[in-house]
Design a protein around this ligand. Structure first.
Ligand code: C5P
Length: 233
């Protein structure tokens, strides 16, 4: 598993995403496609970006009964994405079914990553709305452990949690971490952020970076800076 920068292509449509990807003439960034773009353009957008030579993290966060998730994952495995995800809250049984659905006849499959508790969920909301009364970080680590037990490859988490996830689930269990900002950049609506270099130091395996690259005056320069700070330092 190589460390890499995943660019969150949070664009509303095909034209916007291709205008952005066209800027990259020398490298083929690993691309994250989220719900907005996928629901707007359908599976064809995945095929087209893949055909241009990019690796793809399809961020659809599946959460349903095991049989439904298994069948949906089977479809995603045929789309030939490199990474996809689900909510660990769907239980170990759902995650095991997902792996089954995702595994192709030749035994290969895309990486499968779990979302633990969303970073938008506070301790207070978790207690009042979900009736989960344990400390949030304990819940996150428990969900990570369940994901590992189900055979998943890693979790999406804050870079600040990446070290602890590796401590609990092992070095090979990978951490995919958003909330990354350049030291001299805008934080925007992210609350707990780290720089690419710091994320590397703590142990992130993949950083997911959106606006610091997509909204930069020169996205290619910003992407290269991110790779240099994360992978090389
Ligand atoms: O633009 P920015 O770098 O904040 O983008 C981060 C990306 O990671 C977005 O696509 C966002 O939805 C996603 N994400 C996040 N925090 C999470 C999970 C996903 O920022 N906890």
């Amino acid at each position: 598993m190589g460390k890499d920068v995943i660019v969150a292509c949070d664009f509303s449509g095909k034209k916007e995403v291709f205008d952005f990807l066209d800027l990259f003439t020398e490298e083929k960034p690993f691309v994250k496609i989220g719900m907005e773009l996928f629901y707007a353009e359908g599976p064809e957008i995945v095929r087209e970006i893949k055909a241009r030579g990019h690796k793809i993290f399809l961020d659809l966060k599946l959460h349903d009964i095991p049989n439904t998730v298994k069948k949906a994952m089977k479809v995603l495995s045929k789309l030939d994405v490199d990474m996809c995800n689900l909510h660990a809250g769907g239980t170990v049984a759902m995650m095991e079914a997902a792996i089954e659905g995702l595994t192709r006849e030749d035994g290969s499959r895309p990486m499968l990553i779990a979302v633990t508790q969303l970073t938008s969920t506070s301790q207070e909301r978790m207690e009042s709305d979900l009736l989960i009364e344990k400390p949030l970080d304990e819940v996150v680590m428990h969900y990570a452990k369940c994901a590992e037990q189900a055979g998943l490859d890693g979790v999406v988490c804050s870079p600040l949690e990446a070290g602890k996830v590796h401590e609990i689930c092992g070095k090979a269990f990978c951490t995919v971490t958003p909330g990354v900002r350049f030291a001299d950049g805008d934080v925007g609506d992210q609350v707990r952020v780290t720089t690419p270099a710091k994320a590397n130091e703590i142990g992130s395996d993949y950083i997911v970076v959106g606006r610091p690259i997509t909204a930069a005056a020169d996205p290619v320069v910003a992407y290269r800076r991110c790779v240099a700070e994360f992978v090389s330092e």
